[in-house]
Design a protein around this ligand. Structure first.
Ligand SMILES: [Zn+2]
Length: 351
C-alpha cells in the first residue's frame, strides 16, 4: 500500500520528498490540479511564528467541498485560531477499516533575508521546485488532496474509508495536530494504519528504480555542555578559561565518530541500493556489509551525510553562548549538542 501510494505520487509529477523534475507544460488535468494545490499551499505561510495552518486547512477544505465532498466529511479543527488541522474522509464500502493519509501543513521558519528567492512563492527553475515546504511536507499534502479529489471525480468506492489529515506543528510549536486529534477527535482519524512522510523515491534516467519505506525514527536528544569559571578581568588573563575549555571539548566532539551499527533494515537497504547506486557508492555499500566490515568502505559512505546518519548515532554542536562582557573573563560557556541516536542506543551510553 505504501509503495503504491508513492507510485501514485510520482505519477502525478510532484516530487514526494526530494526536488524532482518540474514539468512546466504538458500536464494532464490531474497533474495540473496537483500542481495548483501545491502552489497554493507553498504560498500560504504556515510557520509557527506568524503563519496559519488554519488558512491552509481552510483552503484545502474549500477545494474538497467544491469537488463535492459533503460538509460533514470535511472538518477544520484545532485548539488555536492559527493552528487548525484538516480531516477529510472519502467514504468507502466499510468492508475494511479506514486508512489514514497523514501530512503536516506547518513549515520550518524561513526568513526572507536568508533566501535569494521568496520562500513563500513557488518557483520552478532549472527543472526543480523552490519554496519553503516544497519537500517537507507540502508536496505530500498536495498529493493526498489531489488524489482524494480524483477518487471522488472518478466515483471510486474503496473497501476502506480514505481519511486525509493535514496537521499543525509537526516541526515545533505547542499545538501538535496529531497529538491534539488523538486526544480530542480520535474517532475522526481512527484507522487500521497510517501512511506518513519519511519514505521517498528515486528516478534514474527517467525510470522509477526505488521506493523507500521508513521503518523507524532516530531518537532526538539534546545535551547541554556547560563550563563554569570564577572569571576575572581580561587585562589579567589566565589559561583556565571557560570558553577555551568548552571549545576544546567541542573540538574533540567534532573529531569523534560513533561506532557503525547496522540493523536488519539498514543492512537490507544497503544491500538493495548497492544494485542501483553508481560507483564508488555501490562498492562502499557492499563493503560496509562485509564481515569483517571494510573500514575504507565506511569512510567512503560516511562522506555522504545521509548514509553516515544511517550507519551511526550522530551528535553535533548547534548553539553556543559564552561570556558576559567584552573585557571580562568568561564565567560561563555553554553549548547545545544535538544528537540523533540509532534506535536501541541509550542517552546514558558511553561510546
Ligand atoms: Zn516533515
Amino acid at each position: 500500500m505504501s509503495a503504491r501510494s508513492i507510485a501514485v505520487a510520482v505519477a502525478l509529477g510532484v516530487g514526494a520528498l526530494r526536488p524532482s523534475p518540474a514539468p512546466a507544460q504538458g500536464l494532464d488535468p490531474h497533474q495540473s490540479l496537483a500542481h495548483d494545490i501545491f502552489e497554493e499551499l507553498i504560498e500560504i505561510n504556515t510557520t509557527d511564528s506568524v503563519g496559519s495552518t488554519t488558512q491552509a486547512a481552510e483552503a484545502m477544505a474549500a477545494r474538497l467541498r467544491t469537488a463535492g465532498f459533503p460538509e460533514g466529511d470535511v472538518k477544520v479543527l484545532g485548539p488555536h485560531e492559527r493552528k487548525g488541522n484538516l480531516v477529510a474522509r472519502l467514504r468507502g464500502t466499510g468492508a475494511r477499516r479506514p486508512v489514514l493519509l497523514l501530512a503536516h501543513l506547518d513549515v520550518v521558519e524561513a526568513r526572507r533575508e536568508d533566501w535569494s528567492v521568496d520562500p513563500f512563492k513557488l518557483l520552478e527553475k532549472d527543472g526543480f521546485y523552490y519554496g519553503r515546504g516544497t519537500t517537507d511536507d507540502k508536496a505530500m499534502a498536495a498529493i493526498w488532496i489531489a488524489n482524494l479529489i480524483r477518487y471522488r471525480q472518478e466515483g471510486r468506492e474503496p473497501e476502506r474509508d480514505i481519511v486525509v489529515a493535514l496537521t499543525a506543528d509537526e516541526e515545533g510549536g505547542n499545538f501538535n495536530g496529531v497529538q491534539w486529534l488523538l486526544a480530542n477527535h480520535r474517532d475522526l482519524i481512527e484507522a487500521d494504519y497510517a501512511l506518513n512522510e519519511g519514505g521517498g523515491g528515486a528516478i534514474k534516467n527517467g525510470k522509477y528504480v526505488a521506493n523507500r519505506v521508513q521503518a523507524s525514527e532516530k531518537v532526538y536528544q539534546d545535551f547541554t555542555l556547560e563550563v563554569k569559571n570564577p572569571g576575572g578581568h581580561s587585562s589579567l588573563p589566565v589559561r583556565d578559561n571557560a570558553i577555551y575549555h568548552l571549545a576544546e571539548g567541542l573540538a574533540r566532539l567534532a573529531a569523534f565518530d560513533f561506532p557503525v551499527k547496522l540493523n536488519e533494515v539498514t543492512r537490507g537497504y544497503f544491500e538493495r541500493m548497492s544494485a542501483i547506486e553508481p560507483e564508488p557508492t555501490a562498492s562502499a555499500m557492499k563493503g560496509v556489509l562485509k564481515r569483517p566490515r571494510d573500514p575504507a568502505a565506511v569512510e567512503v559512505l560516511a562522506r555522504t551525510p545521509y548514509y553516515n546518519a544511517m550507519m551511526r548515532t550522530t551528535c553535533v554542536a548547534t548553539m553556543l553562548q559564552g561570556g558576559h562582557a567584552l573585557n571580562a573573563l568568561p564565567q560561563t560557556a555553554r553549548a547545545n549538542v544535538n544528537c540523533r541516536m540509532l534506535p536501541g542506543d541509550s542517552p546514558t551510553a558511553s561510546a
